[in-house]
Design a protein around this ligand. Structure first.
Ligand SMILES: [Mg+2]
Length: 119
């Protein structure tokens, strides 16, 4: 069981991810709709794990990963994005993401990635 921050600019996507996580015993302690908000919430809430969208207004997910990892080098961040091109996956991993889930995703894939990142 982990305290998780869900970051996505689409409310329905946050809801969907939250639903998957809570059904699997995790607690969604906060949500953010852009990268800047994600950094703020991360500092406030100090979650065990973050799910991070890439394409968001203002500050995107890659930049948010970099900022969060600067604040907390041990931050566990999993990307959930439709931008599944190899170059984007590599950029996210280099920025500090632990895993990259391509939308549309299966609930099992999300649960497995969270489990793995928490180990
Ligand atoms: Mg988005």
């Amino acid at each position: 069981m982990a305290n998780i921050l869900v970051v996505d600019d689409a409310a329905f996507m946050r809801m969907m991810i939250k639903d998957i996580l809570t059904k699997n015993g995790h607690e969604v302690v906060g949500e953010a709709a852009d990268g800047a908000q994600a950094v703020e919430r991360y500092q406030e809430l100090q979650p065990d794990l973050v799910t991070m969208d890439i394409t968001m207004p203002e500050v995107d997910g890659i930049e948010a990963i970099k900022r969060i990892r600067q604040i907390d080098p041990n931050a566990r961040i999993i990307v959930c994005s439709a931008m599944g091109q190899q170059a984007m996956v590599i950029e996210a991993i280099q920025a500090g993401a632990k895993d990259f889930i391509v939308k549309p995703f299966q609930a099992d894939r999300v649960v497995e990635a969270v489990q793995k990142a928490l180990r």
